[in-house]
Design a protein around this ligand. Sequence first.
Ligand code: ADP
Ligand code: ASP
Ligand code: MG
Length: 435
Amino acid sequence: MKFGGSSVGKAQRIRNVTAIIKTHLDRRPVVVVSALGGITDSLLDIATAAGTGNDTMPMLEKVISVHYDTIGELSLDASIISEEVTKLRRLVRSLSPLEQITPVTLDKLVSFGERMSARIVAGSLSKSGVEAHAFDAYDLGMITDSNFGNADVLPESYQKLHDAILQKSGTLVITGFLGKSKEGRITTLGRGGSDYTASIVGAAIVAEEIQIWTDVNGIMTADPRIVKAAKSIDLVSYNEASELAALGAKVLHPKTILPAIEKNIPVRILNTFNPTHKGTLVQNKIDTGSRVASITYKKQILLMNISTRSMFKTPDFSNRVFEIFETHKIPVDLVFASEVNVSVAIDSTYNNDALIADLTKIANVQIKTNRAKVSVVGNDMMRMNGVLGKMLSALKSFNIHKVSSNSSSINQSFVVEEENTAEVVQTLHTKFFKR
Ligand code: ADP
Ligand code: ASP
Ligand code: MG
């Protein structure tokens, strides 16, 4: 059972989480938690402040007091987080002003969010009479590569987690989002990574089910923050869920589904604020027929058009271009390639400067920023009659910059102006879901 930041926000929410866990004790849950709502962002802000020479102390004290206030409201013993608080204070004091914080230090700094919330949730369970213990995931065997900020879990973690977890008594409350590299440094699994922790843990112990408890009634036909009429979807296939997560649906971290697929474990998305709602069940074979399941979007996309300077066609031009992307480890998307031209969409949050410098050595590079990718996702969708025509007609009043050329049967994506994202999503939603 994984509880998100939104779910473990304030004291009342922790009471809800505690009550939900208690109703599932007969199934012997293992609990995974994110940091309290907003805390990861605040810890990242502290790092930014330190790097720009600003005073970090007021921000640090705010983070700490949110936790102590929550503990106070729940009448728990403040000492449950005192060790973490001491270490966090020491770390923030040691940050050199005006010096860029390293990825290693950044991961260590943000780790305190989950380390404190796991102890608070375990404390709340204990107080309500349930034997519960908090653990840092890396102390149970969560080992990752050294890609700080976006680490991948290494396969040997499964056996280690399995053995460690089954040996412990009581209900385990494990930190989401965190691991350790082989050298013993704390790593994080990318923003929203607690979902991934939950599915790794679920796969490691071959759980009956992986439950992702969040703040909405499951996976919906669109992000409910943008589309008021969005409805929750009862059944979603593994493929649809992976695709939706990869294409921006924040409700699941993109890596969540793979460990579940490997062990064929159903994933259920449930609402902490509406625990009797059945939410969404994600599993292997579901017979939905061809359908549009959901509309999703990803902002901060940039388009790059790379064209050869030579007047003549060069058969290896696109290979050379893709090698450069490869060298810089920048994934490309919505690719169109010919002998004289390559156009791609990429995530503008990567640092692309070095990539552009290298591309410019062999080609003319044109960049368009402030774009978003909107995708329509559903099983066998492209086999539905006239589905592409329906999408294009819904979008005719918008400036569409790029349509995925090699459309898979399960999704179709468009690049639009970022400022039009909400309207495009709403228009497509109306087209496909309005009765
Ligand atoms: P948590 O803190 O529980 O991990 P997140 O904020 O990461 O929660 O994810 C839940 C949010 O995902 C929802 O509040 C919703 O705004 C957003 N979201 C985006 N797309 C979808 C979708 N298709 N279905 C449901 N929620 C979505
Ligand atoms: N606390 C982390 C984040 O905000 C991980 C998570 O919420 O899943 O990204
Ligand atoms: Mg999340």
